[in-house]
Design a binder for this molecule. Structure first.
Ligand code: PAF
Length: 312
């Protein structure tokens, strides 16, 4: 059977029209928001959304609002044609690829050049539809965004929450799937949906790992073979901590030290290694309820994140 060719929609009004047509036919809509440059981890989200919805939209949008000036927005990798081919190869394909050119333009500029500039500490990609009128509204999930990745990336989650709100308002999905690899992001979106009464089910999908255990990420291609080898210490040490917990070690400081030591000895630089409550994302001292062990570590110039749920 020939692979299904998705509709490619850039215009948000057309996107809305498609969604309302689907709804008028009684179909449920599933959405997978992405920034493109798709890998097997994203594809697993598409497979998951197929289990929950009649029709499927994948958005591909590199969101300037979640990049700080030190993170290079203008060199973020993209391969739109390759992404569409990968989506066509998924069983059931996808119905729509929503590929807006500009959804959020903080501050606003009146040029069309595709280069990054900086306004109030936010990277701004100047490529706007409506000249001169920028955006200034942010959605914040105040407490959940503070810890873990929020410490070293203080503007990241408001950028994510804001653009996901816009995607939800435009696509109006019934279900949206996010990867649990970005655990904090998934919990923030869930909380936002609850707090703001979006009528959307937010599903977290399991982390997809390469055969050597490394969690899939667009950043992995930037690791040298040596760095990649060292980075395996993340998953190995998290598995070690999980089995120590299963054998009765409930002291989070001891478990954290196991992981910090293993990653540091392998040559990684820890950004954070925290054991937190799965809902509140607040650090816990001993494991008494379901927790998640979250790690961010640098290998050379690449910052990787990973996590492991511990449900005892
Ligand atoms: O996880 C991502 O790729 C992005 O943060 C998201 C959810 C698409 C928002 O830009």
């Amino acid at each position: 059977m020939a692979a299904k060719q998705p509709l490619i929609i850039s215009d948000k009004n057309q996107m809305r029209k498609w969604s309302s047509t689907m709804k008028s036919q009684g179909k449920t809509i599933g959405l997978v928001p992405t920034m493109g440059f798709l890998h097997e981890g994203h594809i697993s989200l598409v497979r998951e959304v197929h289990r929950h919805a009649d029709v499927v939209a994948v958005s591909i949008y590199v969101n300037p609002g979640q990049f700080s000036p030190s993170e290079d927005l203008s060199t973020y990798p993209s391969d739109f044609d390759g992404d569409v081919r990968k989506l066509m190869a998924v069983p059931g394909g996808v119905d729509v690829v929503f590929h807006p050119h500009n959804l959020y333009n903080y501050g606003g500029t009146d040029t069309n050049k595709k280069s990054a500039s900086v306004i109030n500490n936010v990277a701004v990609l100047s490529c706007i539809e409506q000249k001169g009128i920028g955006h200034e509204t942010w959605v914040r999930v105040e407490n959940l965004e503070k810890g873990l990745c929020g410490k070293s990336r203080p503007i990241f989650f408001r950028g994510v929450a804001t653009v996901v709100t816009k995607l939800f308002n435009i696509v109006e999905p019934d279900v949206a799937v996010f990867g649990k690899k970005d655990y904090q992001q998934w919990r923030i979106i869930q909380r936002m949906v609850r707090d703001l009464d979006f009528s959307i089910e937010v599903i977290g999908s399991a982390i997809i790992r390469d055969s050597d255990g490394l969690a899939m990420s667009s950043r992995n291609v930037r690791l040298s073979p040596e760095e990649r080898e060292k980075a395996l210490s993340i998953n190995k040490s998290l598995l070690g901590a999980k089995s120590a917990a299963a054998n009765g070690q409930m002291d989070c400081n001891k478990l954290r030290n196991l992981v910090i030591q293993a990653i540091t000895e392998a040559g990684g630089r820890i950004d954070y290694a925290e054991i937190v409550d799965q809902q509140s994302l607040e650090a816990v001292e001993s494991i008494e309820a379901p927790v998640v062990f979250c790690v961010a570590a640098w290998f050379g110039k690449v910052r990787l994140i990973d996590n492991m749920e511990i449900d005892l």
